[in-house]
Design a protein around this ligand. Structure first.
Ligand code: ATP
Ligand code: ZN
Length: 305
């Protein structure tokens, strides 16, 4: 089937992904891990899933909730910061949001922070009273101020927020931070976190065609599986049956392990378990300490609950 045909196929799911930015690689990596094969040409607006009825639309991250809102896309991968800002912006205009957050994802972590110039004596939210705050997130900042009963001026900028205090456009800023080095370079320091953010999957709450609904369900299950196996390990070992309670306590984040008797080995059993966290050398040493032998730790590639 040619790609032009696919592009108009109403039975194909569409997911919006950031075109070129911090979320792009991790978003595409997630879709690949879910089994999606696609071909992406340079500067393409869209790419077509070759083995699933799922197409990827590449856009600016700020447009992703709107595309779901307007039913152009069924799903989107975007930062919680953008989702929250949009939600509040719509609420201010009495528009019901038509996108819902279905899952938190393990990438795109950052904080939306209040940052003040060196020498600013920050003593909590009340220090913001009467000040000018530069931000690209006016609704989130507005909500924060309202929650704390503070009257301050929000200076809305579209970018380069961190230089606003030096230009005299604001007294302080509220911006996204992940390492803090940009703040330091601009003689600013972290004062307060307004929002902890990470990438999320959003979807339309509007009913969609049953075929699309079924693929959404499958994709969500795969995304859940991918998220679950990140950092998970499969551990196998031999041990005396009497050591099972001690072993169960040592295995990080594991549910009931599988216990298999070992032929002709008396009391010894094989224990297999999925650990939801990384297994460190210290844990292996402790396992040995309670009688485990032949300990193997393997990465988990896929998981389906
Ligand atoms: P676009 O052209 O798509 O509008 P942008 O400049 O708004 O790009 P990026 O800087 O690529 O966007 O950030 C996209 C998202 O990545 C942010 O909205 C946020 O959710 C997340 N993110 C993670 N770490 C950071 C960080 N240190 N600074 C900014 N955003 C970050
Ligand atoms: Zn953006």
């Amino acid at each position: 089937m040619g790609s032009e045909l696919n592009s108009t196929d109403p039975m194909r799911l569409k997911i919006a992904v950031q075109k070129n930015g911090r979320l792009t690689d991790s978003s595409l990596d997630l879709l690949s891990r879910c089994g999606l094969k696609y071909s992406r040409g340079k500067d393409q607006l869209m790419c077509y899933g070759e083995n699933m009825p799922l197409d990827v639309l590449f856009v600016r991250d700020d447009d992703i909730p709107d595309l779901v809102q307007e039913d152009v896309c069924d799903l989107g991968l975007v930062g919680l910061n953008v989702v929250q800002e949009k939600r509040l912006a719509f609420a201010a205009r009495a528009i019901a949001p038509l996108f819902e957050t279905v899952q938190l994802l393990d990438f795109g972590r950052c904080k939306l922070c209040i940052a003040v110039p060196d020498g600013f004596d920050y003593r909590g939210a009340q220090s913001l009273q009467g000040k000018r705050i530069a931000t690209t997130y006016p609704h989130i900042v507005g909500r924060f101020l309202a929650d704390h009963g503070i009257a301050a001026e929000v200076v809305v900028l579209s970018g380069s927020v961190e230089i606003a205090p030096r230009l005299g456009r604001a007294d302080l800023i509220c911006d996204l931070v992940s390492t803090g080095s940009t703040l330091a370079a601009n003689h600013l320091r972290h004062a307060e976190t307004v929002l902890d953010s990470q990438a999320v999957l959003i979807r339309t709450p509007v009913p969609i065609a049953p075929e699309k609904q079924e693929w959404t369900r499958r994709l969500l299950m795969r995304i859940d599986g991918v998220e679950q196996v990140k950092g998970s390990k499969y551990i196998m070992l031999h041990a005396p049956r009497s050591a099972l309670p001690a072993i169960a306590k040592l295995l990080p984040g594991s549910e009931a392990p599988t216990v298999i008797p070992l032929e002709g080995r008396g009391d010894r059993v094989a224990v297999h378990a999925v650990c939801r966290e990384n297994v460190f050398w210290e844990t292996l040493e402790e396992l040995k300490g309670v009688g485990a032998t032949s300990v193997l730790v393997l990465p988990v590639e896929k998981m389906l609950a």
